[in-house]
Design a protein around this ligand. Sequence first.
Ligand code: PLP
Length: 381
Amino acid sequence: MAENNKIIYFDNAASTEVDKNILLEYNNINSKYFANPSSPHKLAYEISYLYENNKNEILKLFNCPSHNFIFTSSASEANNLALKGIAFMYQNRGKHIISAKNEHPSILETLKQLESFGFDVTYLDVNESGVIDIEQLKTTIRKDTILVSLMVANNETGAINPIKQIIEVIKNYPKIYLHVDAVQAVGKIDLDYKDIDLFTISAHKIHGLKGEGGLAIKNNIKLFPLICGGGQQDGFRSGTIDYANAFCLTKAVSNAFKNRRNSGEIAKINKIIYDYLINNADEYAINSKMVDVNPYILNFSLKRKKASVVVEALSNNNICVSTKSSCHSKSNNESYVIYEQTKDHLLSSNSIRLSFSHLNSVEEANYFVQILDKIIKEIKQ
Ligand code: PLP
């Protein structure tokens, strides 16, 4: 691949290549169904009907017949809506929220904002694999806890939380809602979504369009809306219904579930690189442990070379990877996610994240290993 000057793209946790058919559908739907579905005429009724069918379709894909689905502009917005929506709606029951130290910034920054409104947040620790401890979760729950928000798969390391066990714990507390950030899990990790009170997804991580996310929410739950207006989307998020966007998100989810069949190929790609890293343990420390990890992400730290220098050298060889979460990669060199796992400032300032998709190949993995090895041997530091 790289011989033809093509790019090897191992940054799929940051964003993915848009599926060409989805782009075509987006254009077609926008051209054909441009009317406002709230208007009182034939075209509007048709769009409204198609939109409702599409909403049922996405809930069917997740096997969630008892949920509603709110289409948002991003997973960041969906996470904000879930956390602030529950906090402000149910604050009369209590003001305690539980989350974890290695969550995505769209969770952590929202929680920080809620703290400034008087909410009390407990951040669970993670172990050396980046996973929370169920016993700590149990002992952290209080009488005034109203919400637990934990991600399925971490966006930097792929670490997978024990969502099934978390659901079992929360089931014993009918007044606590469980929100799950499933952005890096859709089509990658098997999960019983129907048992989760609220979950967040994003289109551009699964070969859909940017600017599309969503929040699924059990029918009996209410939310304090962040956007008020015409009362669209059952009052949860006002703003003219965007059927084209909704359709394309559903299509991306459907494709992601179909592409799950190719996960054997991803495991092979991951193993080729993992084996190279582990056989060169004097240079590399692996942050994505083999157990409880999403194989689509492989994170490692450099022990003797600077990650930014290596990432730039890889980029000069047409290989795209990240130093850490793209949401934070320009702000400060240290990854708080890797720090929470390793408690090591050197390793957490020197991490590299590879993230794969069904478009990657074993040949690319072999080529990557060859180039990385060459770069590491050439750099003098
Ligand atoms: N949650 C996780 C776990 C993510 O990886 C991301 C994106 O990096 C987000 C939320 C935010 O997604 P979006 O770009 O759709 O706002």
